[in-house]
Design a protein around this ligand. Structure first.
Ligand SMILES: NC(=O)c1ccc[n+]([C@@H]2O[C@H](COP(=O)([O-])OP(=O)(O)OC[C@H]3O[C@@H](n4cnc5c(N)ncnc54)[C@H](O)[C@@H]3O)[C@@H](O)[C@H]2O)c1
Length: 420
C-alpha cells in the first residue's frame, strides 16, 4: 500500500465543487479543478462564479495560483492523490433521476484511479451509488478497496447563498467502504468541514443525505398545506408558525412559499423514490409530499388569476410582474425554480408576464427569452407576484401600485396584499 499526498482533484466546479476546491486551496492543498463545461472553467478563471462574499475573495486569491490547475481533461485525475466528485444529480422532465453526469464522472475517476488514491463521492444520489459506481468498478479494474485505493461517500450539505451556515461550520457525514477508508476521507475533508461525523458505511451516508432533504421536502409541503388551511379559516399562517416555534422541542419552523426549487429538495427525494419503486417498496408520505411540492406553483398561478379576476382584469393581456425568479433569496440560480412554472401557467392563460431579478439577467421559459426589468417601478402592472425577495433588492416601490400576491409570506406591511 502506498499513501499518496498529491493534489486533490475536485470533479465538477459548481455550487458544491468550487467552494470545496477553495477551502482545500486555503488550507494549502494543491487542487486540480476538473469540469467538462468550458464556460464554467472560464467563469472560475475570471472569478465571476456565483459565490458567497468570503468565497469570492478566496477565488480572487486563488484563481491564478499555480496550486490551482483548471482542466476539462479527465486524464488529469491520474495525477491526483485524492478525488472528490461533486457533479450534478438532476431529474428529467418526468421527475426521473438523470444520473448521466454522475455515471460519467465516476467512470472517469475509476478509469484514471491510481494506487494510494482516496475517492470521495460528494454528490447526492440513491443508496448504493458509491458501491455500484466506484467500489465495484475499482475492484473490477484490480484496485482493491482499502488496500490499493480508499473510497467513501461524504454527501455535501452546503446551503449556497446562506452566510449563516458556511460550508465549514456544517458537520460533514462520512461513510467509508471500511473504517480506514472513512478515516482517510475524514482527514481529507478536514479543511472543508470543522467537524466530521463518521457513519459505518457509504450507504448510511447516502441515506442520511436523502433523509435530510426528504425531511425538508415533507415539511415544506406540510407548511404550504397549513397556509392553505389558515387561509380558509381566515387566520395568519405566519402568526401560527411563530407561535408554534415558541415550543422548545418537537417543532421546527418551516415557512410557506411558492414551492421548492434548486438542485436538492425537488430532486433528491426522487432518487430515493426511484430506487424504492424498483424494489416495490412504497413510500406514500414522500410521494405525496413531492407531488404537493410540484403542484404548488400551479396553485400560485391559479391564485394570481383569481386576484386579477377579483380586480376586474381579464387574464388575457393582463400585465403581471414576477418579482424574484431565483429559487431562493441570495442566489443566482433558477434551476427548478417554481417561478418558471408560474410564468408558464400565466403565459399559457394569455397574461403578459415579465420579471425583475437583479441576480438573473435573462430567463428561458417555454422557448422564449425573458429579460430582467431593471426599473419595474416605471411601468404599469395589473399584478405583482413576489416570488423571491433577495437581500438588498428594494421592493418598497410595489406599495400603492395595485394588488400584490405575496408568495413569500414575508411582506406583511404591504396593504393590498394577497396570499396564495
Ligand atoms: N447546490 C446545492 O445547494 C447543493 C447542496 C448540497 C448538495 N448538492 C449536491 O451536490 C452535487 C453537485 O451539485 P451542484 O449544485 O454543485 O451542481 P452544479 O450544477 O452547480 O455543478 C456541477 C458542475 O459539474 C460539472 N460537470 C458535469 N458533469 C461533469 C463531469 N462528468 N466531469 C466533470 N465535471 C462535470 C458541470 O459542468 C458543473 O459545473 C449534486 O448531487 C447536488 O444534489 C448540491
Amino acid at each position: 500500500m502506498r499513501w499518496s499526498s498529491g493534489p486533490v482533484a475536485v470533479v465538477g466546479l459548481g455550487y458544491v465543487g468550487l467552494p470545496t476546491a477553495l477551502a482545500l486551496l486555503s488550507a494549502g492543498r494543491s487542487v486540480i479543478g476538473l469540469d467538462t463545461d468550458p464556460a464554467r472553467l472560464a467563469a472560475v478563471r475570471a472569478g465571476t462564479a456565483d459565490l458567497l462574499p468570503e468565497d469570492r475573495a478566496r477565488l480572487r486569491a486563488h484563481a491564478a495560483s499555480p496550486a490551482f490547475t483548471l482542466t476539462a481533461e479527465p486524464a488529469a485525475l491520474a495525477g491526483a492523490g485524492s478525488v472528490v466528485i461533486c457533479v450534478p444529480t438532476p431529474v428529467d422532465g418526468h421527475r426521473v433521476p438523470a444520473p448521466g453526469a454522475l455515471r460519467a464522472a465516476c467512470a472517469a475517476a475509476v478509469r484514471h484511479a491510481s494506487p494510494g488514491q482516496i475517492l470521495v463521492l460528494a454528490s447526492t444520489s440513491w443508496v448504493g451509488t458509491t458501491r455500484e459506481l466506484l467500489i465495484e468498478p475499482l475492484a473490477a479494474r484490480g484496485l482493491a478497496v482499502a488496500q490499493d485505493v480508499f473510497v467513501a461517500c461524504a454527501p455535501e450539505r452546503i446551503d449556497p447563498g446562506n452566510a449563516d451556515h458556511p460550508q465549514h461550520t456544517t458537520p460533514r457525514v462520512v461513510g467509508g467502504a471500511t473504517p480506514e477508508c472513512g478515516r482517510r476521507a475524514a482527514a481529507l475533508l478536514e479543511p472543508v468541514a470543522d467537524r466530521v461525523h463518521v457513519v459505518g458505511s457509504p450507504e448510511a451516508a447516502e441515506l442520511t443525505k436523502l433523509l435530510e432533504n426528504t425531511f425538508r421536502a415533507v415539511n415544506i409541503a406540510l407548511v404550504n398545506e397549513f397556509a392553505t388551511i389558515a387561509g380558509h379559516l381566515d387566520l395568519d399562517i405566519t402568526e401560527v408558525v411563530d407561535a408554534a416555534a415558541t415550543k422548545p422541542y418537537g417543532f421546527l419552523p418551516f415557512r410557506p412559499g411558492p414551492g421548492a426549487g434548486g438542485h436538492c429538495i425537488p430532486c433528491d427525494p426522487h432518487y430515493l423514490l426511484w430506487q424504492l419503486r424498483a424494489a416495490r417498496v412504497p413510500a406514500p408520505l414522500v410521494d405525496t409530499a413531492m407531488a404537493a411540492l410540484a403542484a404548488r406553483p400551479h396553485q400560485v398561478a391559479r391564485r394570481a388569476r383569481d386576484v386579477l379576476a377579483a380586480h376586474g382584469v381579464p387574464v388575457p393581456g393582463a400585465r403581471v410582474l414576477i418579482a424574484g425568479v431565483a429559487y431562493k433569496p441570495g442566489v443566482a440560480d433558477h434551476r427548478e425554480s417554481p417561478a418558471l412554472r408560474v410564468i408558464e401557467d400565466l403565459a399559457a392563460a394569455g397574461a403578459d408576464v415579465a420579471y425583475t431579478d437583479p441576480l438573473i439577467p435573462s430567463l428561458r421559459v417555454n422557448g422564449r427569452t425573458l429579460r430582467h426589468r431593471e426599473d419595474p417601478a416605471a411601468e404599469h402592472w395589473d399584478l405583482v407576484v413576489v416570488h423571491t425577495a433577495h437581500p438588498g433588492h428594494d421592493l418598497a416601490w410595489i406599495e400603492g401600485r395595485g394588488p400584490v400576491l405575496d408568495a413569500t409570506y414575508r411582506l406583511d406591511s404591504v396593504k393590498e396584499r394577497y396570499l396564495v
